[in-house]
Write a protein that binds this ligand. Structure first.
Ligand code: MV4
Length: 492
């Protein structure tokens, strides 16, 4: 069955390769796009065809809607997969695809737009009976109204940008005295960062878990969930470690949370792959937002269910009914994903772009590595710092953890500082092992102390490895020089 003849992948790095892998399995030709510095990137050589779309800055290349649509039309690509980030949740891009007769592999532009408003999404979810965090039913009006609602729900409260994401502009308010400044500050940031100053106010949930549910909907009214992912270990709203299933999930909570996720998806007539994000605190869960894209961490859902989510996205976009009914989707085992970024966890996660001078991938039982780099690859300062997603799978959580420890110990990346030492430390951290994590896990003092100790040990191991490789290199260089010297001597 051919769903499309040719698909353009409007992304780069590991996710572009991931999408192209599904296409290759499905017999679909692929078109890559690349910015000037990405001309030698892996995703370019993996594709059947590749076209430049502009200079390094995303605005001039991977966000260049007209250029991307033009490449699709010139190559005859019937569909575009946006990956994640870049244009994946850009309603204007989805609309441009619709208007140019190119299938956007994802939800409709109408759904993307609707879920882009936190207030609109919350109202829709509340009407569908999905639990939402208590707060302003509309945007924050005048200060007195805000004070009234805050007094009613009780401090601390949080002020958020309705058109926002990633925690940008969020203000936590401990008492009424701080409310006016918080609203003013959030409104200014919301206006400048998102072009929309609309704010909402909610009860602030202290140290919640971030638990999300994967859903898949087709154009024939079928909707299924593919269980939950625990994504609480984050830093500045950038996820670092994700796992499925959630270590504290009970059958009853799973039943309720997945039913809410399905109800949320149906409320916005969701089609294709999406994720319903919840905050979990005090034994209760609340709708946070709906992501209208394939997520970075889709990998762990694929590992515990066996479902190829990208394949389902492509087939759904081609009008096919879902390949699986809910009864045919089961969760087996445990999967963990560690995001390996070119960042320095010992230096405030400073991005560390640079050239990879030594690269050796892990493998073996229960290891999946989705990587976009190779030896000699230069991590660009223009794009996100992700090197690879290291995933491990086991029938039990402890097996997945033990495999992650082993895979990290096998993974050699020299030339740039990475988050590998942090992940090594986390996989040995008692609180992580006990599943006792939440969204502020990495900011807790005792966690930072224990991670610092483990990080320094791991750092030392990496230095030893680097120096031994250097020695090897020096030995190799010396023996080569001796060889040359000997060969250059006239024979006696
Ligand atoms: C919250 C919250 C606590 N209470 N809302 C962070 C970004 C955006 N996705 C929403 N976020 C939060 N909203 C209420 N009412 C805590 C966070 C939050 C958070 C949420 C998920 C994952 C990581 C986080 C880190 C800090 C704050």
């Amino acid at each position: 069955m051919t769903f499309f003849e040719k698909v353009l992948v409007a992304n780069r790095g590991e996710i572009a390769i991931r999408v192209m892998r599904a296409c290759r399995e499905m017999g679909i030709e692929t078109v890559a796009i690349y910015s000037d510095p990405d001309r030698n990137a892996l995703h370019v050589s993996y594709a059947d065809e590749a076209f430049p779309v502009g200079e390094a800055p995303p605005a001039k290349s991977y966000l260049n809607i007209d250029r991307i649509i033009d490449v699709a039309r010139k190559t005859g690509a019937e569909a575009i997969h946006p990956g994640y980030g870049f244009l994946a949740e850009n309603a204007g891009f989805a609309r441009a695809c619709e208007e140019n007769g190119v299938t956007f592999i994802g939800p409709t532009s109408r759904t993307i737009r609707a879920m882009g408003s936190k207030i609109g999404a919350k109202q829709m979810m509340q009407a569908a009976g999905v639990p939402v965090v208590p707060g302003t039913p509309e945007g924050i009006g005048n200060l007195d109204d805000a004070k009234g609602i805050a007094a009613e729900i009780g401090y601390p409260v949080i002020v958020k940008a309705s058109a926002g994401g990633g925690g940008i502009g969020m203000q936590i308010v401990e008492d009424e005295a701080g409310l006016a400044d918080a609203i003013e500050g959030a409104r200014r940031i919301a206006g400048s960062a998102f072009g929309d100053p609309t704010l909402l106010l909610e009860k602030y949930l202290v140290k919640p878990r971030h638990v999300e549910v994967q859903i898949l909907g087709d154009e024939h009214g079928h909707m299924v969930h593919l269980y939950e992912r625990e994504c609480s270990i984050q830093r500045r709203h950038q996820k670092l470690v994700e796992e499925s299933p959630c270590p504290i999930m009970t059958e009853d909570l799973r039943e309720r949370m997945t039913a809410s996720a399905i109800a949320a998806a149906k409320a916005c007539n969701y089609v294709n792959a999406g994720t319903v994000e919840f905050l979990y605190a005090g034994g209760e869960y609340y709708f946070m937002e709906m992501n209208t894209r394939l997520q970075v961490e889709h990998t762990i859902t694929e590992l515990v269910t066996g479902v190829d989510l990208v394949r389902q996205q492509i087939a759904t976009a081609a009008g096919e009914p879902l390949e699986y009914s809910q009864d045919e989707i089961s969760l087996r085992g445990h999967a963990i994903e560690c995001r390996i970024n070119a960042e320095d966890p010992l230096n405030n996660f400073q991005a560390t772009p640079g050239k990879i001078v030594r690269y050796r991938s892990p493998g073996g039982p229960g290891v999946r590595l989705d990587s976009g780099v190779h030896m000699g690859y230069a991590i660009s300062p223009y794009y996100d710092s992700m090197i690879a997603k290291l995933c491990t799978y086991g029938l039990s959580r402890i097996t997945a953890i033990e495999r992650m420890r082993r895979a990290i110990s096998e993974y050699v990346i020299l030339g740039v500082q990475t988050t590998l030492p942090l992940h090594f430390a986390l996989m040995h951290n008692r609180h992580f092992i006990e599943g006792d994590t939440h969204t502020h896990f990495l900011t807790e003092e005792h966690i930072q102390r224990s991670l610092l100790r483990a990080l320094r040990e791991e750092e030392a191991r990496m230095q030893t490895l680097a120096s031994s490789l250097r020695q090897t290199k020096e030995v190799a260089a010396i023996s080569a020089a001796v060889g040359t010297y000997i060969r250059s001597k006239p024979r006696e």
